[in-house]
Design a protein around this ligand. Structure first.
Ligand SMILES: [Fe+2]
Ligand SMILES: [Fe+2]
Length: 252
């Protein structure tokens, strides 16, 4: 299902409710309709801008990743009673700095660059300065690196959603996709010290990704709902790689 179809659900619902109310309170209805409609248009335009920045992104970090993070943010954000407008815009814009990090071969941090780019986009649509500050805080901290620590509830929601997309069934799929992108082998579990193998080499397999990074993610979650989902996704990954090892060894 496309994000455009899902995204304005709450706004669409509001619009429908407003239409019914407008029969009763006609003098206020034009303003309310205008307000809701224009907010919906702005979000759609911001979505399109974010999407265009990721048009050349590789499969493991493409627009579909943003769509999945968005869906997780909506789910976790509601459970955590976060400000959904902040969460929604932060999710859409969180990886728009990705191209700069790729082109600079990692010298530029996509989270920091993304916050800077997002601020310019949001200003263009006349979003309040305070909201821009809250949204850019979420984007800047979504990697939780270089002393950029998620402080607000909304930043914690985005952090958890972004990390959750690298574990579970989706995480396994992304890990194999990434291994394919760097020309790694299908599997290499018999290597003695897998954690010390070279990244971006033929040993940068999905299994290496699991051993080095993915199996540690569940302990980094910041929200209760994020922790709950991470536990289930983690169990699935452990089961999957255990079976993969056995199949490769001819035991299953
Ligand atoms: Fe990111
Ligand atoms: Fe991301």
């Amino acid at each position: 299902m496309s994000l455009i179809n899902v995204m304005p659900f709450s706004i669409g619902l509001l619009y429908d409710v407003q239409k019914r109310i407008s029969y009763l309170i006609l003098p206020f209805s034009f303003y309310t309709t205008y307000y809701i409609q224009s907010n919906m248009d702005i979000t759609t335009q911001i979505l399109e801008e974010a999407k265009s920045t990721l048009s050349c992104a590789k499969g493991s970090h493409d627009w579909e990743h943003t769509e999945r993070v968005y869906q997780l943010c909506m789910h976790i954000g509601r459970k955590e009673r976060a400000d959904m407008e902040i969460v929604q815009l932060a999710a859409l814009l969180h990886d728009i700095g990705r191209r700069h990090e790729d082109e600079s071969k990692g010298k530029i941090c996509h989270a920091e660059k993304g916050a800077e780019l997002a601020s310019a986009i949001l200003k263009k649509y006349h979003i309040d300065d305070d909201k821009i500050k809250q949204i850019t805080h979420c984007i800047e901290c979504h990697r939780f690196r270089n002393n950029k620590i998620p402080q607000s509830k909304e930043a914690k929601v985005l952090f958890d959603a972004d990390k959750l997309d690298s574990i579970g069934a989706v995480g396994i799929g992304r890990a194999f996709l990434f291994a394919g992108e760097v020309g790694a082998k299908l599997h290499n579990h018999n290597i003695k010290d897998i954690e010390n193998t070279e990244p971006y080499s033929e040993d940068d397999t999905a299994y290496r990704e699991f051993m080095v990074k993915l199996r540690k993610i569940k302990d980094k979650m910041l929200t209760d709902e994020g922790k709950r989902i991470a536990e289930a996704r983690h169990r699935f990954m452990v089961e999957f790689f255990d079976r993969l090892n056995k199949e490769v060894d001819g035991e299953l």
